[in-house]
Ligand binder design. Sequence first.
Ligand code: UDP
Length: 497
Amino acid sequence: AASSTRTHIALVSVPAFSHQVSILEFAKRLLHLHNDDTFHVTCIIPTLSSLSTPSKPFFHTLPPNIHCIFLPSVHFDDLKSNGVSLEIQLQLSVSRAMPSVRDTLRSLLGSANVVALIADAMVPEALEFGKELNILSYIYFPCSTMLLSLCLHSPTLHEEVSCEYRDHPHLIQIPGCISIYGKDLPNSVQDRSSLDYKLFLKRCQRYRGVHDGILVNSFVEMEEEATKAITQNGISNGDDVGDAHSNYPPIFQIGPIIQTGPSDPKIGCECLLWLDKQPRNSVLYVSFGSGGTLSQEQINELALGLELSKHKFLWVNLRAPNDKASATYFVGDGLVDDPLSFLPLGFLERTKGQGLVISGWAPQVEVLGHESVGGFLTHCGWNSVLESVVHGVPMMAWPLFAEQRTNAALVTDGLKVAVRPKGDTSGKSVVVKEEVAELVKRLMEGLEGGEIRRRMKDLQKFAACAVMEDGSSTRTLSKLAQKWKSLGRFYQKNIEC
Ligand code: UDP
């Protein structure tokens, strides 16, 4: 079929690699369900700078019926130099790109059979264009159902709690979820007088108003109660269940969606070669995602703690120290210092047989799937969490910024598939080497480690079932696809008439 006659889905993403990967992997899954060439996807991507090296192979290997339009970069130097948070930088820079998103969508609609618009959770304002253009509009939520439950509940929470959440004398109740400390809520809500918080609340209000639904990168079996809590408040049920602002939008659990496809064989191949030589389940994989950084003191303590644990480790993406945990999130690979020079004196020589440290990008999904890997020290970015679940690898939660502490609470206290340091890991204090070593041992050996591993293996099975042909997430996505496909035919017929 010519591309103009296929059913077309428009996506709007944001300038953050992990968000782009997630929404585009969703697109790949949609196409895979219908390998009869039914769908064509166009992803509109606001940009801040040129593509980082690690992300290039991902974009270059997309299937032919996924097309990306990179918008000209918006200026955001004023935001960077004002020292505003990562979330504000991201939010305001994409807002600046909205006129160009609108123009691109309009011209796409002129030439293609577009039936639905799906915007990343950071750009719910893009859905205004869906309304304007009279097409179905959805949010793609690349985070946990727990976070979505918090977002939908937050206008109520805002009214109920008058102090800063971290000073609240009780645990914070999120519908359908474990109760958590206020300090484990996302960064955006930590200072209620900030612009960050204001923008967060605004986004949450917009989620409530989404008409056609929110697609969540999670699966019912992992977050059953949270899913129930949201759907019980949904439009279809009608009744008010405990929340003054009920009538939530429909949600569609379609995950776990993780990075697939061939990674560049040149990137991080030394990690895989090194893993090939290690015993089964023996290695702790250490990574802080696409941009997390540690302070100099924390790098020292982590390194010495790994050494002290005597367990094997593979530490990738080591970056030069920075006291701000998200300092390099938008910088990508443009760093000048040699990060290995910031490790403690003699560390690399002393740990030669025990560990491997690289400053570059690793093929994370392949690493987690390698049989030598027995644990993952992770910053708890949602993609990393799902990749760990899909491969059944128990975690040590080391959250740094954004909603990572909330994810850490979910995997540690909720799902019990992770251990976590007692104190703060996001840079306000330092986790000392003795605690690091003790946690590594708790995770990699002994009774507790065994229990965690068993629970993770169960979760892994549920994750695999959810995306099987008749799995919960596959059925949900198939129904959506069916709806979009029939609308596509309908529009096409009308054009032909
Ligand atoms: N990633 C990778 N190699 C690395 C570091 C990260 O492939 O060396 C990938 C990882 O597999 C995940 C994404 O980058 O898909 C990071 O996303 P996440 O949500 O975990 O964290 P963020 O980067 O948004 O902080």
